[in-house]
Design a binder for this molecule. Structure first.
Ligand SMILES: Cc1cc2nc3c(=O)[nH]c(=O)nc-3n(C[C@H](O)[C@H](O)[C@H](O)COP(=O)(O)OP(=O)(O)OC[C@H]3O[C@@H](n4cnc5c(N)ncnc54)[C@H](O)[C@@H]3O)c2cc1C
Length: 453
């Protein structure tokens, strides 16, 4: 059996690990136009907290140890399911018995003049380009999830930072208006300008600087423009392949596409939703890893079904943590508690006595220090019935711990998070020699009773 994986992001590498664990004799080949690395580490790289090589997730030795033949620096330009082969940009072809498409996504550039003079923020190359060019005054176009993952790094590196968002609030696909307002005020209190309801019309050169023209006639000048304006899946090479696509590649609960022996995983796959909604793309790393492992298990001959992806967003900006899960946007049956003075907001969305979604915003000691993010996620993901603990949570919205323990949510989750015993097979740290550069963080202080450095 010869497996071919296209893409060396988290979905592709999780698939390689799983394939090797389940099918020791199989041939495995991997092709990717970039080196293997994790995009979600880029904010730490941008901020200077980790070195270049810690962004990378595998090297030649890692592939060699797993018997993987690699073709790095090449693009796949076509897929021919009937011939069981893919075509590469150097005119050669690679054959397969089973193929995984894990080609991820890229930034969707806004359709305005001059947009190509801005730096998109999605790849390691983009991060290097921004670091290597003047960025004393930076404008970030977009105030969604990706823009906010890099916010602390951009603020640390630039004297002035302004965020422009076309929608009426920041983080429109992650937080409701109350939570978004709280986050925006937190940033503004720290001198970070955030403009919402703003439409960019053009980016032009102004000497060595950039001028952004906004609808309504206003203009802004800066050294550097970063684009965080949404993403789109890398599916163009499938033109003519017969593989069904909607927004992205449509897959079933085994991560199989409409073409025989072709699977898809990660940002490029439109797969099942955990809460029974329409098939969807959830462009986050945990979903990419789950997809990769499920697809690989099925490619290796097992019959493993995917329960579906959970809507999940977790961020920290300037010491304020924000997260949302499941049907966080619903207003039907909710418990909300707010303390704007302390930056705290909680929203629980109910489906009977089950939590269907929620939002947590607050400083680290009020959210992550208590592990409330993990517990809210677990309660929504497990869909566990809380019985009398619903009333308890309504009366004590800050006490997630007891309903979490009493309901047995952790036990339910254990069964859903381990795949055929190969969760840690071949895993572990890929860079054992790399130690984190930073010392204690506020989290440690909260947990150990000591004070953060
Ligand atoms: C700045 C930033 C911060 C993020 N923060 C978080 C976070 O905090 N939490 C979180 O969960 N997620 C985060 N993400 C999102 C997360 O990184 C993605 O969801 C994840 O990388 C998707 O993995 P993937 O394997 O599907 O695709 P990718 O990581 O995109 O990997 C796909 C690979 O395939 C390659 N490829 C594409 N087309 C071809 C082709 N035709 N031929 C050969 N190779 C090809 C691509 O170049 C790429 O190297 C962040 C992303 C960014 C950019």
């Amino acid at each position: 059996m010869r497996h071919l994986v296209i893409g060396a992001g988290p979905a592709g590498l999780a698939a390689v690990e799983t394939l090797r664990a389940l099918d020791p004799q199989a041939e495995i080949a991997l092709v990717c136009d970039e080196p293997p690395y994790a995009r979600m580490v880029l904010p730490y790289y941008l901020q200077g907290n980790i070195e270049d090589r810690a962004v990378l997730t595998a090297d030649a030795g890692w592939f060699e140890a797993r018997g993987v033949e690699t073709v790095l620096g090449r693009r796949v330009t076509g897929l021919e399911p009937a011939e069981h082969r893919v075509l590469l940009d150097d005119g050669t072809a690679l054959e397969y018995d089973r193929c995984l498409v894990a080609t991820g996504s890229r930034v969707r550039t806004p359709d305005v003049a001059g947009a190509d003079s801005a730096v998109p923020m999605w790849t390691l190359e983009h991060a290097r380009t921004w670091l290597g060019s003047p960025h004393s005054e930076t404008v970030v176009v977009g105030a969604g999830f990706i823009a906010f993952t890099i916010l602390d790094a951009v603020v640390a590196r630039s004297r002035s930072v302004r965020f422009l968002e076309r929608e009426a609030q920041v983080l429109p696909r992650m937080l409701d208006a109350v939570a978004a307002g709280l986050v925006q005020r937190h940033l503004e209190a720290r001198g970070i300008q955030v403009r919402t309801g703003v439409e960019l019309e053009q980016i032009e050169e102004a000497g060595a600087r950039r001028r952004l023209q906004l609808a309504g006639g206003e203009s802004l000048e800066c050294d550097s423009v970063l684009l965080a304006t949404g993403i789109q899946p890398n599916v163009e090479f499938l033109q003519g392949s017969g593989v069904d696509r909607n927004h992205a590649i449509v897959v079933d609960d085994r991560m199989q596409t409409s073409a025989p022996d072709v699977y898809a995983a990660g940002d490029v796959a439109e797969g099942p939703d955990l809460q029974g909604g329409a098939r969807t793309v959830r462009a986050i790393q945990p979903v990419a890893v789950d997809h990769g492992r499920i697809a690989a298990a099925n490619m290796a001959g097992e019959d493993v079904r995917y329960d579906g992806a959970l809507t999940m967003n977790i961020l920290a900006v300037q010491g304020l943590e924000a997260s949302s899960f499941g049907h966080w946007e619903s207003q039907d049956d909710v418990t909300c508690v707010e303390n704007p003075a302390d930056g705290i907001y909680r929203k629980y969305v109910w489906d009977g006595d089950r939590l269907a979604g929620g939002i947590l915003v607050g400083p680290t000691h009020a959210v992550s220090g208590l592990n409330d993010v993990g517990m809210l996620k677990g309660l929504v993901q497990s869909g566990v019935a809380l019985g009398p603990w619903r009333a308890h949570l309504e009366e004590n919205p800050l006490d997630l711990r007891r309903p979490y323990v009493a309901s047995g949510a952790a036990k339910i989750l254990l069964g859903t998070t381990l795949l055929a015993g190969c969760a840690s097979a071949g895993g572990g740290f890929r860079w054992p020699a790399v130690a984190p550069k930073r010392g204690r963080t506020p989290h440690h202080g909260v947990l150990t009773g000591g004070s953060p450095r």
